[in-house]
Design a protein around this ligand. Structure first.
Ligand code: MG
Length: 201
C-alpha cells in the first residue's frame, strides 16, 4: 500500500489494513521517498506492530546513506527496498555498494530491457541480495524465472489493468504465483492492435 502523505494517518491506515487482511498475508508499504530519515525510522518501529515485512523507499532513493540508516535500524523481518528508478548498471552497483537495501528492485522497462535486468541480477548475486521486479508483471514473468536472485514480482493493479487492455496472453496469478504459459511463443503476449489503435493519436 502507498504511504507517505501524512505520517500519523499512515500509521492508522497500516494498522487498519493489517486488521482487515488478517495475519496470514504479507503487508508491504511504499513511501516513495516521502519521509525524512528519523520520521521513516519512527514509522518503521510503528509498522512493526502491524507486521509490515517490506518498507519500500522509506526515504529518497537518492539518499543512499539514509536508506542504509534505515536498513541498519529497521526491525528484524522488515526489508528495506529501493531501485525502481535504476536506468543503468552503475545505479544498481552504487546502491549495493552503499548497503542501502535488503532487496533490490529492478524494472526491465527502465534499465535497458532484459539485458539490463540480467546484468542487475548478476550484481545482486555478487552482493547476495535478492531481486524484486518493479511493475509490468507480465513482462517480468519469464525473465524472473530465469533469474536466480528473483524473490518476487510486483503485481500492481493499474499495470495489470493496462496489460489486459492491450495484450492477449497475460498470465493470471494462481495462489499468488505467476507462471509462463508454455503453450504460447515468446513472452506469450500479443498486442491487441485494434484496441490499441484508438489510443494512437
Ligand atoms: Mg515503488
Amino acid at each position: 500500500m502507498k504511504i507517505g502523505r501524512d505520517a500519523r494517518a499512515d500509521r492508522q491506515r497500516v494498522a487498519t489494513v493489517r486488521k482487515t487482511i488478517g495475519d496470514d498475508a504479507d503487508l508491504f508499504v511504499d513511501a516513495n521517498g516521502a519521509y525524512s530519515r528519523k520520521q521513516a525510522l519512527a514509522q518503521a518501529r510503528s509498522f512493526q506492530e502491524s507486521k509490515v515485512s517490506w518498507f519500500e523507499e522509506p526515504v529518497s532513493s537518492d539518499d543512499l546513506e539514509g536508506l542504509q540508516f534505515l536498513r541498519d535500524r529497521a526491525p528484524a523481518g522488515m526489508d528495506i527496498a529501493a531501485g525502481e528508478y535504476g536506468y543503468d548498471l552503475d545505479y544498481f552497483r552504487r546502491m549495493l555498494v552503499a548497503g542501502a537495501v535488503d532487496v533490490l528492485q529492478v524494472d526491465a522497462t527502465r534499465c535497458g530491457g532484459f539485458t539490463g535486468f540480467l546484468q542487475a541480477a548478476a550484481v545482486c548475486e555478487a552482493y547476495h541480495i535478492p531481486l524484486s521486479s518493479h511493475c509490468a508483471p507480465a513482462l517480468h514473468v519469464h525473465i524472473g524465472c530465469a533469474t536466480a536472485p528473483m524473490r518476487h514480482a510486483e503485481y500492481f493493479h493499474d499495470h495489470v489493468r493496462i496489460e489486459k487492455m492491450f495484450f492477449d496472453g497475460v498470465s493470471a496469478p494462481v495462489d499468488g504465483a505467476l507462471k509462463p504459459d508454455l503453450t504460447r511463443p515468446g513472452l506469450g503476449l500479443e498486442l491487441k492492435r485494434a484496441d490499441a489503435a484508438k489510443f494512437a493519436n
